[in-house]
Ligand binder design. Structure first.
Ligand code: HSE
Length: 434
């Protein structure tokens, strides 16, 4: 048998601890499958004394991940620290500079530095594997980097944040408050260290930026993504969506358009009968539209220790078997510059929630502003918010037919200036997913 492959694991949180246990518990299976035994050659974590369910007392401990990456007696550096800058970034560079392959779950790092790191990896004749960085346990990176190589992708989209999907599902099904659902997601180890990354849509944007590069063979440009999170979505929006035959999901979408590649993350109403609408809780789902395959949909656990460790393990076992696929699927020099599409040209229907001061002419004026901007209304419904005894204001929900985002924004701006509203209008895009 070939000599053991020694891992240096930086970060022993939910995922790292899960990985360490699995390396120990399944060592015979892994050795049999790869022809090489997998060992832990060094670890780095802040708290050495914490019980992680695995005995690491005989393992070399490092207090600095850069030291582990640069000097540890290891063959592969596994980065599970997180964060786009700081120790994770420095340690990954140190490992690559030594010519060591890197396995990482760090989407923020790749979204911000993926191309530079891919170039460094190529110069040092090594690679970065990152199955765990996108959609937790779903093997979407392998699928896009390898299985779909013969296809031309036109769109990749899906539910990429387990925490948001968990929150939206529980708000809808159990009528719970946003804050309680978020606290549970944190307790279950789904949320990022800073959960505003989840609820603000940034975590999904980091993942989308990576998928966009793999889908379209372009450089990663996370700054070009339109991002809107779920913190403004109310229980009332979710209820209204259900009554109209929709469900609210945080959708991440990258698609080729005539003006370039559109990338966006935002709450979306999707038809309740659509396959994506059935994806509940921490489950993620990614759909890929391509010329040869049409549409495929992959779904599975998007966060949590075991699911993410499963993806990290698949990379480790691939490396043990000699896989050296380039980081972003192709040589970095082949990646096209990212060309951003004009976001405002996006067409689709819209859900609009207004809090209208209930007086003569208000509705007529709103309808006129819509018509002036070429927006055709599918429905306009006045609702009474639960527990609201204020007769002066009326929550109103408008559903538009297909129109452009620019037209909706223009019309809502005028409606606001007309002085008929209390507070800001809320708008959620409707995606037909055809
Ligand atoms: N916080 C992330 C999520 C973890 O909720 O999906 C996986 O990246």
């Amino acid at each position: 048998m070939t000599r053991p492959m020694r891992l240096g694991i930086a970060g022993l949180g939910t995922v790292g601890a899960s990985l360490a246990r699995l390396i120990h518990d399944k060592r015979e299976v892994f050795a049999m499958r790869t022809g090489r035994s997998i060992e832990i050659g060094g670890v780095c974590a802040r708290d050495r004394d914490r019980d992680r369910g695995v005995d690491l007392s005989a393992t070399a401990w490092f207090s600095d991940p850069v030291e582990l990456a640069g000097q540890g007696e290891i063959d592969v550096f596994v980065e599970l620290i997180g964060g786009a800058e700081g120790p994770a970034y420095e340690a990954v560079k140190a490992a690559l500079n030594r010519g060591l392959p890197v396995v990482t779950a760090n989407k923020a790092l790749l979204a911000h530095h993926g191309v530079a790191l891919a170039k460094l990896a190529q110069r040092r004749n090594t690679t970065i594997f990152f199955e765990a960085a996108v959609a937790g346990g779903i093997p979407i990176i392998k699928t896009m980097r390898e299985a779909l190589r013969g296809n031309s992708v036109s769109r990749v989209y899906g539910i990429l944040n387990g925490t948001c999907n968990y929150i939206l599902t529980r708000m809808e099904k159990e009528g719970l408050a946003f804050a309680d659902c978020l606290a549970d997601a944190q307790r279950l180890g789904y949320a990022e260290a800073d959960p505003t990354f989840d609820v603000g849509g940034f975590d999904a944007a980091h993942k989308l930026a990576i998928l966009t590069s793999l889908a379209f063979g372009c450089e990663i440009d996370v700054e070009a993504i339109f991002v809107e999170g779920i913190s403004e979505v109310t229980a009332e929006d979710i209820r209204a969506a259900a009554e109209l035959g929709y469900r609210v999901k945080l959708l991440a979408v990258a698609q080729r358009t005539e003006s370039g590649i559109e990338q966006r993350v935002h709450p979306t109403m999707i038809p309740a009968h659509a396959a994506l609408a059935q994806v509940d809780g921490v489950t993620n789902a990614v759909a890929v539209d391509s010329d040869l395959l049409g549409s495929i949909l992959l779904a599975g656990p998007g966060a949590g220790g075991k699911a993410t460790a499963s993806a990290v393990l698949s990379d480790i076992l691939d490396l043990a078997g000699g896989d050296a696929t380039p980081t972003l699927g192709v040589a970095p020099a082949v990646l096209a510059p990212y060309k951003r599409a004009r976001m405002r040209a996006h067409e689709g229907g819209y859900y609009i929630r207004l809090t209208v001061l209930d007086r003569v002419g208000a509705f007529a004026s709103i309808a006129r502003r819509m018509a002036e901007n070429g927006i055709s209304l599918e429905s306009i419904v006045q609702r009474r918010a639960a527990g609201d005894s204020n007769d002066e204001i009326a929550p109103v929900i408008l559903i538009t037919h297909e129109t452009t985002e620019a037209a909706v924004r223009r019309a809502l701006d005028l409606v606001s200036k007309d002085g008929h509203l209390r507070g800001e209008p809320r708008m959620i895009r409707i995606e037909t997913l055809d």
